[in-house]
Design a binder for this molecule. Structure first.
Ligand code: BMA
Length: 336
């Protein structure tokens, strides 16, 4: 979409969140996305049995926040842990993983699980994650209180990662973004979407975006990050883009804009990354050079967006942007 066709002010369609964790852009800072100075928010060994809590998905809950967090245990395995926060900046993470049950109340905890996304639809908080099917697949479950977690049917066949639900039905159907993969450190990956009337049976798969293009930071693979944000200009999707270097994969953050009634249609897409590993907590850690966006909190009244990302597969970090400034930047620097 050429910038002239963008409304002069793009606003977020959604709830106000006066307690959004926020920090103003440092004066004179030249980029549209800036880091919170309290980063990293969660450091090494945050609880007795966890070594690293990073790709994390807090959502508004009660007076504060609750969420599902990727934690790597001291045995090296990835699991999902529940946690809470009063201010979205400091967190209490449960020391032990979530114990899932199925619809009959039987234990249904996956052998490993990582990269959760959380979205409230109706009265349920739905969680998607990377599940062991066996092999990388997309898990789906739900909770109302972040205490009892119920497994649902896995939406798609393996191998697949980065399952991200839209926050409402579109044309009467649920919509899920995903990234078909292999079961290892996949060297390829495009974003597709799938439709469902009941969150059980999925079909009508559509290609959304391919890795590559002229920008190398997203040359090898891409994957959707937080739950898409509804705006007056379209669905705003933050995603990770990966480039393959002599020193391994480098994960950066970009964004795209999708038509409201046809989200497979990409209107804008960042040609340059919005955030790339630069700070020590992004370039050094268990897996260096990773900025992996997972969840976003928004305040419709002010247009503020606070984006949580995993840094170096070790830390939870936070960055910020303003929706109209971001969309204007995207319109002027887009390559679809
Ligand atoms: C991906 C996932 C993420 C991780 C990233 C970088 O494949 O495993 O959890 O942050 O690699 O290591």
């Amino acid at each position: 979409m050429p910038s002239s066709r963008l409304p002069s002010t793009t606003t977020i369609i959604g709830r106000n969140l006066p307690n959004l964790p926020w920090e103003d852009k440092p004066s004179g800072y030249p980029q549209v996305v800036w880091r919170n100075r309290a980063n990293p928010l969660i450091g090494w060994n945050p609880t007795p049995h966890t070594a690293r809590v990073y790709n994390s998905a807090p959502v508004p809950f009660g007076e504060g926040f609750a969420g599902v967090f990727r934690a790597d245990g001291r045995n090296g395995r990835a699991a999902l842990h529940a946690g809470t926060s009063r201010d979205g900046l400091s967190f209490e993470i449960n020391d032990r993983p979530i114990r899932w049950i199925d619809g009959d109340g039987k234990t249904a905890t996956p052998s490993y699980a990582y990269d959760p996304r959380v979205v409230k639809i109706g009265s349920w908080y739905y969680i998607t994650w990377c599940d062991d099917f066996p092999g990388a697949s997309i898990g789906l479950g739900r909770t109302k209180d972040f205490k009892t977690f119920i497994r649902m049917e896995n939406p798609l066949m393996p191998f697949n990662r980065n399952g991200v639900l839209f926050p409402r039905k579109i044309n009467g159907e649920y919509v899920l973004l995903s990234r078909p993969s292999d079961s290892a450190h996949t060297p390829f990956g495009d974003v597709i979407l799938s439709h469902s009337k009941d969150l059980t049976y999925w079909g009508k798969h559509r290609l959304v975006m391919r890795a590559g293009g002229s920008s190398w930071w997203q040359g090898m693979k891409i994957g959707a990050g937080p739950i898409p944000i509804e705006t007056t200009a379209g669905w705003l999707v933050f995603y990770h883009g990966v480039s393959n270097t002599c020193n391994g994969y480098v994960y950066s953050i970009g964004a795209s804009l999708h038509a409201i009634d046809e989200p497979a249609k990409v209107l804008l897409r960042t040609r340059d990354y919005l955030l790339t590993p630069e700070e020590d907590y992004e370039t050094r850690g268990f897996v260096p050079n990773v900025c992996f966006p997972v969840s976003a909190l928004t305040d419709a009244r002010t247009g503020r967006i606070s984006l949580y990302y995993g840094a170096a597969d070790t830390y939870t970090a936070l960055c910020h942007c303003q929706v109209d400034e971001l969309l204007n930047h995207m319109a002027a620097n887009s390559e679809v």
